[in-house]
Design a protein around this ligand. Structure first.
Ligand SMILES: O=P(O)(O)OC[C@H]1O[C@@H](O)[C@H](O)[C@@H](O)[C@@H]1O
Length: 302
């Protein structure tokens, strides 16, 4: 059976190789496991709540309609909690849409969201449909999102796939192809141009890389070996985050305590600015994750 639906989750299996599978929690439509040749590729905290009581610390949580917290008190997203409400809403499993590659969909609309949470966005006046499509094949996981405005009012939103990659050791890890990219450092509260030929990690790291050219493949490399390639469709920005020792120590659901050594978030999204969607309009974006291959150094693409 390539798709198995349980009460709280859906498991999908590559029909060509049963050692490739993914598990999606209905809560948040959070992908909590991606096994490739029986090896786990996503980091999930051993202290993560999987019972729907809080967003999952790990896997691929979904961020909408606000990334972080809105600073402008007049914006309709101002009252929303950090990263919005879809990572803590129960999505509807819509079923399988293709056998090979195995592809499934989840949907979310106002009817699936707790009314108190819904009111925090534009006083609950927006009507929308989100469709998440997840496709798994050999060495590849694709997640795509479609957003549609079904209401009469326009709305503005951010989207982000908050992907937690599992890595052997953060101190041996590099992230490639972000040189000369404009970035906003969330720790320094400063904007500058990234000058590192490849990013390395030796302390807390929290940067938003903006308008990264769509031809650029962001690679996570460990000791000369490509672990992951991240490509994006219509998602111009990428957040790179590792909480390191102190910040992870302050998160009750972050376990084991030295788990920061084995995780790195590279999060494709549209967060440098907001997307405006008028009544009846649709927007979509996707991240494509592939395993392995050659190191590809891309100089500037103009
Ligand atoms: O603790 P949360 O809400 O899941 O957020 C985790 C992190 O998410 C990242 O995307 C942000 O850049 C960080 O600033 C933030 O700390």
């Amino acid at each position: 059976m390539p798709v198995e639906e349980l009460e709280d989750r859906v498991i999908i299996i590559d029909p060509t190789d049963s050692t490739n599978k993914a598990t999606i929690l209905k809560y948040g439509a959070t992908i909590i496991s991606w096994e490739n040749q029986s090896q786990e590729k996503l980091w999930v905290s051993s202290g993560a709540s999987l019972d729907g009581s809080k967003p999952v610390r790990g896997g691929i949580p979904l961020v909408f309609p606000i990334f972080g917290k809105q600073k402008s008190s007049t914006h309709p997203t101002f009252k929303l909690p950090q990263h919005g409400f879809v990572r803590n809403s129960n999505w509807e499993f819509l079923g399988q849409v293709s056998e090979n590659p195995i592809t499934v969909q989840f949907g979310l609309g106002p009817e699936n969201i707790d009314p108190n949470s819904l009111k925090l966005w534009g006083d609950g006046n927006y009507d929308f449909t989100l469709i998440l499509t997840i496709s798994l094949s050999k060495d590849k996981l694709i997640t795509s999102i479609d957003v549609e405005n079904n209401g009469n009012e326009s709305f503005e939103f951010n989207w982000l796939f908050h992907t937690y990659f599992k890595i052997p050791d953060i101190t041996d890890t590099l992230v490639n192809n972000l040189i000369d990219q404009q970035c906003f450092d969330q720790l320094l509260n400063e904007q500058y141009i990234e000058k590192a030929p490849a990013i390395s990690f030796h302390e807390e790291f929290d940067r938003i890389y903006k308008n990264v050219h769509f031809d650029k493949i962001i690679q996570i490399i460990e000791l000369g070996k490509v672990l992951f390639n991240i490509t994006r469709k219509n998602l111009p920005d990428a957040v790179v985050w590792n909480p390191w020792i102190k910040k992870s120590g302050g998160m009750a659901d972050f376990k084991p305590k030295d788990g920061w050594k084995n995780m790195l978030c590279v999060e494709p999204g549209n967060v440098g600015s907001m997307i405006e969607l008028r009544s009846g309009e649709k927007w979509s974006g996707a991240q494509e994750l592939t395993i392995g291959g050659e190191i590809k150094i891309q100089a500037n693409i103009y």
